[in-house]
Write a protein of this length. Structure first.
Length: 262
């Protein structure tokens, strides 16, 4: 359940408490992910009057892969129930444009908060822990702010600060694991931001690799060992993860897994 204003927000989507915001606010184009075009601010043709999806059980079969791989991290119900007090865009149409503008801001805040919580569980050094805690204490209250407060958030600056802290926490945790288990440094081409589109990485030992922001689209990662690898922002669309070891992988999200082949 969504926390009240000022509390800690839920970071998992609860569509029953949302006004179908992702089905309206976000634009999409006809592609492998969607069968039609839809501009932002226009309700999806599958959206029902009760804010539910009319074809939820048949999204993949109908070509709506983009819906399956999307995750708001609980931002939808936070905007619906906290930011706008449970009053929907249907009940108050004048609020709709602001509601749609707030959603992507809230989503980024929720995703950052999820990563900060994970990083705090990595046993970081004292300075990093203090930085992570301070960042979480900045992000959490922001999710309970007014629409105006949310739209005024400096997302670029916040992402930069949080990203640096996550990078430090990740590097420390992976180095500790590497020393403890005698893990060799991953191959040189396996690095942050690497272009590994379609790469054959079957069965490779990629433990503790830094793959944040790497392009792994359609990569063959069958039976690869990705334990304790940093996958923050890695593009796993179409990547074959069948048989891959992912336990302990850092900052791996539900949308990433949903976009991959597992």
């Amino acid at each position: 359940m969504t926390a009240p204003s000022g509390g800690t927000p839920a970071l998992e989507a609860d569509c029953s408490r949302c006004f179908g915001l992702c089905c309206i606010a976000l634009p999409f184009s006809r592609s492998a992910d969607f069968p039609v075009d839809k501009p932002g601010g226009e309700p999806c043709r599958n959206l029902l009057p009760d804010h539910r999806c009319g074809i939820h059980d048949g999204l993949l079969a109908g070509g709506w892969r983009g819906c399956v791989t999307f995750d708001c991290f609980g931002a939808g119900q936070q905007v619906s129930q906290v930011t706008f007090g449970g009053v929907s865009w249907r009940e108050a149409p004048a609020t709709a444009p602001t509601m749609y503008a707030v959603l992507p801001v809230m989503r980024q805040l929720h995703e950052m908060l999820a990563h900060l919580r994970e990083a705090l569980g990595l046993d970081p050094d004292t300075a990093t822990r203090e930085g992570l805690t301070a960042a979480a204490e900045e992000v959490c209250p922001a999710t309970a702010g007014s629409p105006g407060d949310l739209l005024a958030v400096d997302l670029d600056g916040l992402r930069s600060r949080v990203g640096g802290l996550l990078r430090t926490a990740s590097a420390t945790a992976r180095d500790r694991r590497r020393r403890r288990d005698g893990i060799r440094t991953p191959p040189r081409r396996v690095r942050a931001g690497a272009d590994l589109v379609g790469a054959d990485l079957r069965g490779r030992d990629l433990r503790t690799a830094d793959l944040r922001g790497a392009l792994l689209i359609a990569a063959d990662l069958r039976d690869a060992d990705l334990r304790w690898a940093d996958l923050l922002g890695a593009d796993l669309r179409g990547a074959d993860l069948r048989g891959a070891r992912l336990d302990g992988a850092l900052f791996l999200t539900r949308p990433q897994l949903a976009a991959a082949r597992t």
